[in-house]
Design a protein around this ligand. Sequence first.
Ligand code: ATP
Ligand code: MG
Length: 792
Amino acid sequence: MAARPQPYLDDLNPAQREAVELLDGPILMLAGAGTGKTKALTTRIVHLLNTGRARQNEILAVTFTNKAAREMKERVGRLLGQTVEGMPWLGTFHSICVKLLRRHAELAGLKSNFTILDTDDQLRLLKQLVQAAGIDDKRWPARQLSGIIDNWKNRAITPDKVPAADAGAFNHEGPKLYAQYQARLKELNAVDFGDLLLHMVTIFQAHPDVLDQYQRWFKYILVDEYQDTNVAQYLWLRLLAGGHKNICCVGDDDQSIYGWRGAEVGNILRFEKDFEGAHVVRLEQNYRSTPHILAAASSVIRGNAARLGKELWTDKNEGEKVRLIGHWDGEEEARWIGEEIEAMQGGTRGMRGMSLDEMAILVRASHQMRAFEDRFLTIGLPYRVIGGPRFYERMEIRDAMAYFRLVVSPDDDLAFERIVNTPKRGLGDKAQQTIQTVARANGVSLVDGAALAVEQGLIKGKGATELKLLVENLARWSSMTKGQAIIEDSDELLDDGSQVLNTVRFGEPEVSHVELAQIVLDESGYTAMWQNDKTPEAPGRLENLKELVKALEEFDNLQGFLEHVSLIMDNDKGGDGEKVSIMTLHAAKGLEFPAVFLPGWEDGLFPSQRSMDESGLKGLEEERRLAYVGITRAEEICTISFAANRRVFGQWQSSLPSRFIDELDEAHVDVLTPPGLYGGGYGAAGMASPVTQAMAGSDLHEKAAEANVYNSPGWRRLQARSAERPLSQPRETRNTVIDASAISAYTLGERVFHQKFGYGAVVGIEGDKLEIEFEKAGVKKVVAKFICSADD
Ligand code: ATP
Ligand code: MG
């Protein structure tokens, strides 16, 4: 038989070709971003099929997301010139393990129709066990236990193998409760997410015959994004590849970003030890990004100590430098990006016109998305959110909105149903049914039905007390939306001849709708519910709630805000036209876009506060890898931005540009003049690096004029707004009148040092407080005892 043509090999460079054609034995492709690892992996599948080495269902190919799996299947199909129907074992670890476990459920003590529990079910179960053990679940919340158990499962630790070091977990009850939990799952014929891998590893270890069967069946194993595998996934792969050892893994240690979920970058580093005689292929040519983008990314990742280190090159044209722009605040950032995207569609600053599909905004934290979503809806810019619900569709946002809806309209039964037992008020299905029945019988809303049901003693115990409180609270919060009732005499005559005797109007409410929203979330116990929640998602949910309250500031009252959101949700149905993508940096792994926006590069946001507070550099290094992932998603245009101020709970907080900005090699960065930058106002934002300092430089106005910034609507708006800024803003603190006659150990102009803000010069003295213009942190008032002279 004549050999089939192999045109797909022509698209590869020699190193890739080697990785594709070397079909036998273990092989590791360890290479930087955009070097064609995924492309080589896909081509390898094609080559295996084309050369008849394996049939479609004999190849095990693991990707990180379902989206990646779909894309890989499509690409294989394209290269083969036929649709791929039979690749059942191309998918994520979880999707593949579900299939395997259904086949061998009985070996794990399950039936093949086992159910997969979601997080809620898992928690309910754990809570029952915690309570049954007589443990105070206020002090020891079930969520914490679930985090501990997930962690064990990620490390492939079964209840009988919990290491001595972990014996003290969850007040020393952790290991026992873990065992009980697993037993209970078995009784329920159920598994949780972590079990999928854990059970398969256990089955393979305990049943060599089963393992042997699959070792032979899967002739070739391929794994993308290997740097992000956890211990359980790693063991599972090693077991399966143990026979023929035809395993091909690709990854990049610089892109390991799931350490917080138990991923072990060490897996990739010890591949050569695990698989003797492993062939390591290094790819160095990057096909994705322009030289400037690549160099900027390299300059950041160089800051990490723990890395293998590799150099990338590209033969692409130089292209645009990475663009850096600072903004006055977060809203301005969103506004600017919206305008820039529209400009880029038409082709701006000598760039080609781009389609919205070619642009993406990659954020560090999901709560950042809200500002963009709101802005884009306002200007009618189509967008999609990838890898998670859009802001207003998130569970915690919907819950909070349900409370607000009830405050505005107590008849909103759907809202009531949503929150009546969230947080838990001891109102089970039966109690809720009673409320429904009473409401229907009396033709009243559920809120009123609830009040009646309590009054008539149809609901008892803790549930009744809590329900009564909820109903009373709702009424009280509602009344707070209005001010005092003012009754005025009237002699107005109506058209029908009747006379109005008096009118009631309401004065200004005593609390603003923003404060009220916070009160509702706090007094209802909703905030506390997430504060007590120990799952990894909880901090994110609290951030989103803060973001929600912040969003309210842009509206006059709750009602206006709720209308806005319902319009947004209605708008949601958008068709399949071009759209800008918005997603987190984590979700962007493996993807690429011609134009990428990276907003919010501020210390505390990116790198995250948590990583900065942590002792040691582990967290910070993971954040830096995330920065590297972000920049390397861009093909042609990469725009990094930061805001000098972000509003948190109606308070302006000034923030410092991210330390990662300082690390960017300025030779590859172009500083764009922000529309609102004039008169050195950004000094307050702190100018640390040469790059950020350039923004305050003397050629600033020239640059701005060149870019025609002074004529932009954004500039004009910002100038107008800056005139009406309240005094609380950093810019004004510069002008505070200081009584310099007060006795102080410091003199005006003296150079001083502060633990947190670094070096600065004293610009004002007021009793024991000094006003200092810090070199990095801008002007701040600090207590003198926290300061020392820079000469000390
Ligand atoms: P990441 O680390 O971000 O996952 P990667 O190493 O998997 O990146 P790919 O996504 O496979 O990189 O490839 C990056 C881009 O380069 C893709 O658009 C791909 O089509 C292109 N590419 C890869 N190899 C070649 C090649 N030999 N010739 C031309 N283009 C290539
Ligand atoms: Mg890839």
